[in-house]
Design a protein around this ligand. Sequence first.
Ligand code: GAP
Length: 514
Amino acid sequence: MTQPDTSLMSRLVSLCKRRGFVYPASEIYGGLNGFWDFGPYGVQLKNNLRDAWWHDMVECPPLGPDGKPLTIVGLDSSIIQHPQTWVASGHVGGFADLMVDCRETKLRYRADHILCIEVQYDKSAQTKSLGWLSVQSGDDAGELLAKKAKKLMQKSGGGDLRPIDITKAVPFTSLSLEQQALVIGPDAEVSGTLTQPRPFNLMFHSYVGVFQDEDAKVYLRPETAQGIFLEYKNVVDTTRVKVPFGVAQVGKAFRNEVTPRNFIFRTREFEQMEMEFFCEPEKGLEWYEFWVAERMRWWEAQGVKKTNLFRNIIPAGELAHYSKGTSDIEYRYPFTAPGFGELEGVAYRTDYDLKQHQAHSKTNLEYIDQENNKRFIPHVVEPASGLTRGVLVLLCEAYQYDESRASPEWLKLKPSLAPIKVGIFPLVNKDGMPEIAEKLYLDLRKDYISQYDAKQSIGKRYARMDEAGTPFCITVDGDTLKDEAVTVRNRDTAQQERVALAQVRPYLSQKLSD
Ligand code: GAP
């Protein structure tokens, strides 16, 4: 099959625009980097994915390892919370560093962790500069600098290196712009590849009330998770949940990403589907493994091929300070292929968050296990996925290209997730056909999102529905008046079959339950 010249991603982005899945936000004003709007089909697809997650998490959670159903309840917490929330969670301190990127190695450093020194040597009774070297601060910084200086000296060919005195090294941030441009980055080979330091607090802020001062500063949540921790005590006190139990939430999150990119993969406003699973401390690792397996299985059930999913186990040395284990569930996006990129993170967050909120709020967040006469802070396992990123995965996975079809581009979405379930057409707009088609449409739309289309050739109508990922199209033709049957076309096979009008509902009900 010949594929068009343009990249798969650019074709997908233009299909999404053309068919009303995703538009650039504020397009008439030139757009706003990192923001996208979901159009009529896009919002339906997103809602269907959200509803599938909510159903499988809250309404009908999986069975636990003992074969008994798990308890998971829902929550919808505020986007703006007390600002102390983000101090306790570490987001205020942790997201406010000055960061420096290395253009050569693509590594990122905290600017205040880069120690720099000008290396000098003597030659022909003159003191000369070998340039600026840098290392990341740490116990062995002096040793490392000395080694690097020796290597540099060997390359430059002769002279007496002046001894390196680590106490004279200065942070990157205290150098002038001219000096910064001369520094060889901690892992780089050449100088001038470090960007200028820039503040990297990912949180958007605003002010509550009339005075716009520090006391009134609030943040747009960078994750939905913290709202769950804040309501953990209320949920325990007001419902009948018992550890182990989960609290699930779907909602907007905001991050002032420095490099929003790859369509709706990394945006500044996005939606998350997160669940915090509160369990006994000694069972944490077991539940972590359970949820990784369960979430991988769930994405497969949404129509994502197993071979396009990958469990990336984060090495112990790279884990966040609060985590005893994290696995990223990754997908083979067109822009990462043959590699993978994150779709969902499953983290064993221990009791870190509840302990932090207990300390900052001075509220006792212990769980009382009356049966066993025990008190403890539960440990937490968190499957955290992106809803908007999940939509991107569904679109990438569904995108098909087949020149032999009326519309070479079409979306093979799982029927239950497709924005429109059925298209209904009169073959021609006369001879009693529109009346029957309209009647069928008025009946079916009560249960299935349907679209009535009487415009243009039947081929063009099929093509429009294929591009929207509509699994079935029903055509009322001249024979319908005689045999009380319609033609049903299957999106995936393009095969048509004759179905009695009275059988259309059971037919759809069976086929759409996949
Ligand atoms: N509570 C944990 C947490 O927020 P995360 O890995 O930072 O963890 C979870 O985010 C998921 O949210 C990611 O796996 C990704 O799917 C989605 N996500 C994070 N940042 C995003 C962004 N800027 N744009 C779109 N989705 C994003």
